[in-house]
Design a binder for this molecule. Structure first.
Ligand code: ADP
Length: 350
């Protein structure tokens, strides 16, 4: 069986379902990110799996063993074999690093020392065992918190926005270390976050959540490139929406025809494309743009604004065909003056 198996999970507050009918499985060594806007029910889900919140319905199993179900069976948190990590992880200030890591460990002294030594090595803090938390940087404290959560070898690790208290400069390094350690330990990880970049970076699988439900589950590639709907697309970046009319298996737009099977003839269809998948071309002294067959039909637009964001430039265009504004992203520096006329193309494979 999967390490963690959740099915039909429900919880209501004041008559309102905040977790509606949630189903999820995570294998050993796999990281699943529960991603969604604030208030969509992520923490409540995590708390029910941890056992600190009672579900109104549904089943939670770990390694096939029932943790809670609709008939009132309910294992307390300490019997679940679950590790927890939150944003405001608190180390015990009066205990050393080694004592903090050993805190939840039973067994004899030698076995405990061995486990602590192994974990300090994993988190690159060999030699820090006798220090106190206040002698460590925020990032180091975070790694100790991870080691402490992992020490009793939890079957499932639940993490709620564990990196949001750290400054940007530290965060990526800590994320990578955390991921390495979790993979080595073979723990099933459920990580709650509202940041799409964090989910893309950390997850084997992203479970995109909205209004108490998982609206899509898939790999980062799949979720980013084949979003279930417009809102799922918009959660990861700005999007452009191009309106067209369905005709047979195609939708006809000012950018040419696109294959969109399954729509009624004559129906209005919205095509969504990310700014970096719009292609820009020049007028070439009146000869016009030069599309490849992949590019569809070029449409003319006038630059209204260009912004340089470091890694990319964002250029807004007012389109000739209907006066709407579309945004294109270009890697590096591209800062055409407002009023410049350029051509946009929409890549069919996107
Ligand atoms: P998220 O983690 O996605 O931000 P939460 O699971 O914390 O969302 O909360 C989901 C919804 O449930 C929110 O509207 C929140 O106000 C509500 N909620 C959470 N806990 C309680 C509670 N103990 N009593 C009443 N409402 C709650």
């Amino acid at each position: 069986p999967p390490r963690l198996e959740v099915s039909g999970l429900r919880r209501a507050f004041g008559g309102r379902d905040v977790v509606a009918d949630l189903t999820l499985t995570i294998a050993a060594g796999q990281v699943t990110c529960l991603l969604g806007p604030s208030g969509c029910g992520k923490s409540t889900t995590l708390r029910m799996i941890a056992g600190v919140e009672h579900p109104d319905g549904g089943t939670i199993r770990i390694d096939g063993q029932v943790m809670s179900d609709g008939s009132g069976r309910f294992l307390p948190p300490e019997s679940r074999g679950v590790g927890l990590m939150f944003q405001d992880f608190a180390l015990f200030p009066h205990l050393t690093v080694a004592q903090n890591v050993a805190f939840g460990l039973g067994g004899d002294r030698a076995a405990r020392d061995r486990r602590v030594g192994e974990l300090l090595e994993r988190i690159n803090l060999v030699g820090y065992g006798a220090k106190y938390p206040h002698e460590l940087s925020g990032g180091e404290q975070q790694r100790v918190a991870l080691a402490r959560a992992l020490a009793p070898r939890p079957r499932v690790m639940l993490m709620d926005e564990p990196f949001s208290g750290l400054d940007n400069r530290l965060r990526d390094g800590i994320r990578d270390t955390t991921l390495e350690v979790l993979k080595e330990e073979g723990t099933a990880v459920l990580l709650v976050t509202h940041e799409p970049d964090e989910a893309l970076r950390m997850a084997d699988e992203i479970a995109l959540m909205r209004d108490g439900l998982i609206v899509q589950r898939g790999s980062p590639y799949n979720i980013y490139n084949a979003p279930a709907d417009r809102a799922a697309a918009a959660f990861f970046s700005d999007i452009n929406v191009i309106r067209g009319i369905s005709k047979g298996a195609l939708t006809e737009t000012p950018f040419g025809s696109f294959l969109t099977p399954g729509h009624a003839d004559g129906g209005a269809v919205e095509i969504v494309i990310r700014p970096q998948h719009l292609k820009i071309d020049f007028d070439r002294g009146g000869r016009g743009p030069n599309p490849t067959p992949q590019d569809g039909t070029p449409a003319r637009g006038t630059v209204t604004r260009a912004r340089y964001l470091g890694r990319e430039s964002l250029v807004d265009f007012r389109m000739d065909f209907d006066g709407s504004i579309l945004t294109a992203s270009v890697p590096g520096v591209f800062m055409p003056r407002p009023g410049t006329v350029l051509w946009l193309m929409m890549r069919r494979d996107r």
